[in-house]
Design a binder for this molecule. Sequence first.
Ligand SMILES: Nc1ncnc2c1ncn2[C@@H]1O[C@H](COP(=O)(O)OP(=O)(O)OP(=O)(O)O)[C@@H](O)[C@H]1O
Ligand SMILES: [Mg+2]
Length: 362
Amino acid sequence: MQLSALQILHVRNLDTITLQCNPDANVLFGDNGSGKTSFLESIYLLGRGRSFRQRDLKSVVQSGTKELVVAGTVRSDQSRSPSSLGVKRSREGRFEARHNGETLRSASQLASQLPLQLVDAHSFILLEGGALQRRQFVDWGVFHVEHGFGSIWRRMQRALKQRNHLLRHDRMDNEQLVSWTREFVSASDAIASHRENYLSELELEIATISKYFDGLGALTIEYINGWDKKVTLADALESDFEKDRRLGKTHQGSHRADLLVKIDGTPAAERLSRGQLKRLIYILKLAQASLYKKRTTESCIFLLDDLPAELDRCHRKQVLDCLSQLSCQFFVTGTEKADFKDLLVNIAHQMFHVEHGEIFPA
Ligand SMILES: Nc1ncnc2c1ncn2[C@@H]1O[C@H](COP(=O)(O)OP(=O)(O)OP(=O)(O)O)[C@@H](O)[C@H]1O
Ligand SMILES: [Mg+2]
């Protein structure tokens, strides 16, 4: 998948931008505050319907304007036929998304039209933050390669919500509790098996991708399914019932799953330096893109905010070479043009200079 053209209106300091994108590599450089991250944020809005910086999109709409608009022409790797994608968000909160002129009902429909991978200054959270980040990482992968995963995931969330609601109720309806518990167990089991299958495929991709990078040590990923593995989830919920009832929530299930990412037997976040952690994050995301391509024959688009931060020249080059090998279009930012010198010698690319909210080919 590639973005061939992009229009941005009123996203932060980007007032009116029209850009033809390079199908391979796009490098945006410029001073602090010039609008580089806002540019990547615009693409992210187009593919996810939300920002990676703020939960509330109000602060993303340019001051003094009523709404933001991002529109793009997307080309599939296979058909090469272009399709149009657009999002609009008013200051008051009205959100619209369209694909080829048709209104989309959810952000997940946007995500299937524009598979994005982002690596920015906050990406460390994948290894250093809570389990939610790692579940989201796996679920992104499963969602994009297994049709139907989204609906199982929503079934689990709905059953969990209903079960928790019943647990909190003074006069609990037992019949309903049994029925929602059964639904929760069935969806949780299905999610666990999808995630485990996905991770075993991902491990093979990780081994391949790791060859592009200097060794970090022996990497292992263990899936923790969110309940005592020695028993079924139904039994785990039964033995936890008093605790769940007392605290009014379900303590075991696929909503508590996690990944244990280790290097030479030690949790990666405790072992690696900042630059090594960043490299591991690239390896994980590139492996996802590689698996996505195998399963869908389409490539992901990468957004790399401030690539030079944390990575030395040699590792910057390894990242870009690997992206190029995977035929992933990418948009990369940095403050200095010179930071990209010699990194793109064998990669077709376009440089852009970002200056006070305007973007010029450079
Ligand atoms: N809602 C808004 N309306 C107008 N301008 C905004 C809005 N929100 C943020 N800005 C401004 O947009 C500018 C662009 O910010 P952005 O984070 O994109 O810069 P950057 O080029 O990534 O900088 P850095 O190199 O420091 O990361 C900043 O000057 C910021 O103050
Ligand atoms: Mg920035």
